[in-house]
Design a protein. Sequence first.
Length: 303
Amino acid sequence: MPQLARRLFVLPPELEGAAQNWLELGERTPRTARYASSVVLLRDSPTGLETWLGYRPGSSPLGVVAFPGGSLDPSDDDPVGWLGPSPQYWAEQMGTDDVGLARRHVVGAIRELFEETGVLLAGPDASSTVEANSTVDWMRAREAVAAQEKSFTEMLAKRGLSLRTDLLKPLVNWLSPDFAHTRFNTRYFAATVPVNQQPSILGSKGVWGRWVCAAEAIALRDTPALGDEIGQANTMGLTLGQLLVPGSEIMLEKMSAANGCIAYLSYKRKAHVYQAKLVDEGGILMLEVEAARTVAGEPQRER
């Protein structure tokens, strides 16, 4: 496992109030963290590894800009066709004894990815996946699942589809800071887009989403380029660190340094829980993370 080092990250604007309250009222029992899953979509490009990022309206523990993901749902426990590694395998990969929870994380990851991007890691058998996912019918299915009018597992059963759990790779586990009002315990996974599928934003809720070159995003991290492009009141003029939570920024760093999808996906990662802590650096509140340094020559302090 790479050497862990102390990293400092900017405190995102939406967390400033919670951070001040935490300091003024004194440390107390953190709010319970909800379980969540997120999927890092990847593809190779001439300029390096690209990933799908989307704008998240409202306040999300995943960040204003984030990889597709969200809270686990009770329906993630429902029976579903399952192809690929077993829930027991996933529990071992995640470093947990709770096989049921590991299964929920996998189902939730594939469901959230489908809702937010339309990419569906499912097929009728172990050697094929859904194709042509950009039709009106598929968008209706996404809207119904997102609105909880129909469960994801029902939608799959109706179409004779099973989850292709072999198309997911486990990444890391991030826990929201103790002081945050809304907290997630998020399991991140990685996946490439199946043949003849394309991601797209959800018709009713999507504001902005696109493939982003990781190296370019990191090169422009101190500029408001991405925030200005998104063009929302809570993104304009903000740098990358103000839009993303530290975990997402670190993952983008690692993608920017990776030699393509295969290299990134085949990297062996140990089960480890990462969490940002609130620190006062010369009168400036920042987030401190113990994490591996991945970009050669980068400064000690993230701005």
